[in-house]
Design a protein around this ligand. Structure first.
Ligand SMILES: [Zn+2]
Length: 503
């Protein structure tokens, strides 16, 4: 069976290329080998497994559109194209402008309608030279990268003693002047978890640590990279310094270097580190959210919103974060259209709107601008979903909405059983970009991907297209396509989400 004949494949993106199909893992079946934590144990693809439906017992047959979607390389092709052909694209950069052009071009090539950009003013932060080393009692260059919104050190850098803090609580409770003249070192270990909770536990050290260090009188701040992995890649990410006048120099060091520094400090409490960071904070620039639609044929003014973010950190190529999400949602919309046509319709009942958001990483400006422009029409949005969790398979689905909507959710999720995706009643996460629309009352389904490995390369120079898993991306995209297709049925309602006050 020809892969290219199946799901509206996009010739311009190179469907003929062989995607990396070797890495296959079913949900929960990844095995960490320790010696090489990046290796998946080869298991049967989900499509070949008989899977019980979640109403207990009966085996759910896989519909033919879903089998075809699982074979599609479209999510991979799109993600690879964005990562390889655009690359780094931090908000307001030249790469960001190229990403917007790529988004318009690719949506047009994939047959989206009403393709357009919606301008967004984005704040700009620019990385300069950066280096760090342990200078006493021994000498060791440290793998370092500045955090977004970091300030600069004096030209020659700073050399200072280090004050280690190993919990978020201790960091945020640092007394005034407790670190006067020192470099605060937040050494908070991120636990490995399949649902992303490890990140939630550790990331406040990166986000809030720099301001806590400033209050404590520190001359600089370094954080253990927010990752469960042990290697020598530093992980960048935003620090809450954007609105701070004269922000402290703030950087992440690799986990291997953080461990070395902690061992050194245990023996030599007066150990010194030299840190040199230069960065710029130019004035705001114009970027854009890129929007395209699969128009509804029955109720075209009723919208199912699919989001991912177009920007990516400057030190990597944004393959997993969030090229993968861009591929997942664009291919899912395409699958919805293909399926509608296969069922003899001109298109889905309601309109599928895909939005590739600007500036998620440095400010969420794109998501906020979209909500500011469209919040008044929130009642015509049936459902919002976002893909921003990398390249691994979806494991379960969660919901934010009302009790009536939850019944619809439960019924729709049953159709995900052939993909190995089950209902889960835990705390759902509205995607960062669509979050403001969810707060305006739009229900969301959180299709939770396996995050066991996502944070290994997240926000690093190693976020490159070789990490993309075409099979897993196809599974996630098929899951999105199923939910979106059902949500496009004008008889289907997910109710409303609890509204929060707008900012
Ligand atoms: Zn992201």
């Amino acid at each position: 069976m020809s892969k290219a004949s199946l799901v509206g494949c996009v010739l311009i993106l190179g469907c003929g290329e062989a995607p990396p199909l070797a890495k296959v893992a079913a949900p929960g079946m990844c095995v960490d080998t320790g010696a090489d934590a990046g290796v998946f144990v080869d298991v049967a693809p989900v499509a070949s497994l008989p899977i019980a439906s979640n109403d207990g017992g009966a085996v759910t047959a896989m519909p033919s559109w879903m089998s075809a979607a699982l074979e599609s390389t479209s999510p991979y092709d799109v993600a690879r194209s964005l990562s390889d052909e655009v690359g780094p694209r931090l908000a307001g950069s030249e790469g960001d402008a190229r990403a917007v052009a790529w988004g318009v071009r690719t949506m047009n090539a994939m047959g989206f309608a009403n393709v357009h950009t919606e301008p967004v003013m984005v704040p700009v932060w620019k990385r300069g030279a950066e280096s760090a080393e342990l200078v006493s009692p021994s000498h060791q260059p440290l793998a370092v990268t500045a955090l977004g919104w970091s300030g600069s050190t004096p030209k020659g850098g700073v050399t200072a003693e280090v004050m280690e803090v190993d919990t978020v609580l201790a960091l945020t409770n640092l007394p005034k002047d407790a670190a006067k003249g020192k470099i605060v070192f937040a050494n908070v270990v991120m636990p490995r978890a399949n649902d992303g909770t490890g990140y939630g536990a550790a990331v406040p050290a990166r986000a809030m640590g720099p301001t806590a260090a400033m209050t404590a009188g520190a001359v600089a701040f370094i954080v253990r990279s927010v990752t469960p992995n042990t290697d020598r890649f530093p992980h960048t990410g935003a620090a809450a310094l954007r609105a701070v006048k004269n922000p402290i120099p703030a950087a992440a060091i690799s986990t291997a270097d953080a461990d070395l520094l902690a061992r050194t400090l245990a023996k030599s409490p007066n150990a010194k580190v030299h840190l040199a960071l230069q960065s710029e904070h130019p004035k705001d620039a114009e970027s854009a959210n890129v929007v395209g639609e699969i128009p509804g044929v029955e109720k075209k003014d009723e919208i199912v919103l699919l989001g991912a973010h177009l920007d990516a950190w400057d030190i990597g190529r944004g393959a997993l974060d969030d090229g993968a999400g861009v591929g997942i949602v664009m291919a899912a919309a395409q699958t919805v259209q293909t399926r509608a046509r296969a069922e003899g319709k001109a298109g889905p009942g309601r309109t599928v709107r895909v939005v590739l958001f600007a500036a998620e990483e440095n400010s969420v400006s794109g998501g906020k601008a979209y909500a500011a422009a469209h919040r008044a029409q929130a009642s015509s949005y049936v459902l919002a979903m976002e893909a921003d969790s990398g390249t691994e398979r979806a494991m379960f689905a969660r919901f934010i909405g009302d009790d009536a909507g939850k019944l619809t959710f439960a019924s729709v999720v049953k159709g995900l059983a052939p993909l190995g995706i089950m209902q889960n009643d835990g705390q759902a996460h509205a995607g960062t970009d669509v979050g403001s629309m969810v707060e305006a009352g739009v229900p969301t389904i959180d299709l939770r991907q396996d995050a066991t490995r996502y944070f290994d390369v997240h926000h690093t120079a190693a976020d490159t297209a070789d990490k993309l898993d075409a099979r897993a991306l196809a599974q996630v995209s098929a899951g999105f396509a199923h939910v979106v297709y059902e949500a496009c049925d004008p008889r289907v309602s997910f109710g409303r989400a609890p509204q929060k006050k707008s900012e």
